[in-house]
Design a protein around this ligand. Structure first.
Ligand code: HEM
Length: 196
């Protein structure tokens, strides 16, 4: 079985179960639901990308700083910039992108919490592959422009993330990992709540 489909990894299974309710609530978010259904309109999609950029840029920076500053062995491939590429593809100006509001990164204070946040970030690219395919009606089949962010997850990044999660759990970090994953989901939920 591929790592992406391997539910036998116990730390991943525990994180998945602890964040299931929050994940399902995001499926019900009107804009994400329209995206998944293939019915999203261009202005709504652009607003969503802008909002996701405001979340993912500080989130990604916080994770990279945690990894560099605290000697935590996390591999974090930068992906937030793909949202700016997509926005430019859809006709946004550089000035409007620079003015987008930024969220506060989730408060993560220890390595276990960072690992939980990494799970949310890397795991979201599994679902994103489905969302990328659902953009065909809007962007045209086979067109990479406008969906680089949702197409951007690397299988190797997810494999390394899963290995780091299992290693963290073996060091007794699972409770903090669950806390970090839930905090990350809740931060995104909160950030998207005032976005239609
Ligand atoms: C309508 C929106 C969404 C849909 C339809 C969706 C769908 C999915 C699907 C189908 C998977 C399983 C993929 C696989 O096993 O190959 C998945 C996994 C995952 N998604 Fe989402 N997702 C959505 C939004 C999000 C968001 C916004 C986040 C968080 C930023 C997120 C976080 C995750 C995580 C962490 C996993 C990995 C779960 C695991 O361990 O198996 N998802 N998603």
């Amino acid at each position: 079985m591929s790592v992406a489909g391997d539910m036998a990894l116990p730390a991943r299974a525990a994180l998945r179960s602890a964040t299931r309710a929050a994940h399902l609530r995001l499926h019900a978010h009107p804009t994400l639901a329209a995206l998944a259904a293939g019915t999203i309109a261009a202005p709504q999609y652009s607003r969503l990308l802008g909002r996701l950029y405001g979340f993912h840029l500080p989130f990604e920076r916080a994770l990279i700083e945690a990894a560099l500053g605290h000697g935590v062995d996390l591999r974090i491939g930068a992906r937030a910039h793909l949202l700016t590429r997509d926005l430019l593809d859809l006709g946004a100006s550089g000035e409007s992108i620079a003015r987008l509001p930024m969220a506060e990164a989730p408060a993560l204070s220890e390595p276990g919490e960072w690992l939980g946040a990494l799970y949310v970030r890397e795991g979201s690219s599994l679902g994103a592959a489905f969302l990328a395919a659902a953009l065909d009606p809007l962007l045209g089949a086979g067109c990479a422009r406008g969906r680089r962010f949702f197409s951007g997850g690397e299988t190797e990044d997810w494999r390394l993330c899963c290995a780091a999660l299992e290693a963290g759990a073996a060091r007794g970090l699972l409770p903090a990992m669950i806390h970090g994953a839930q905090a990350s989901f809740h931060a995104l939920e909160h950030w998207l709540a005032d976005h239609e």
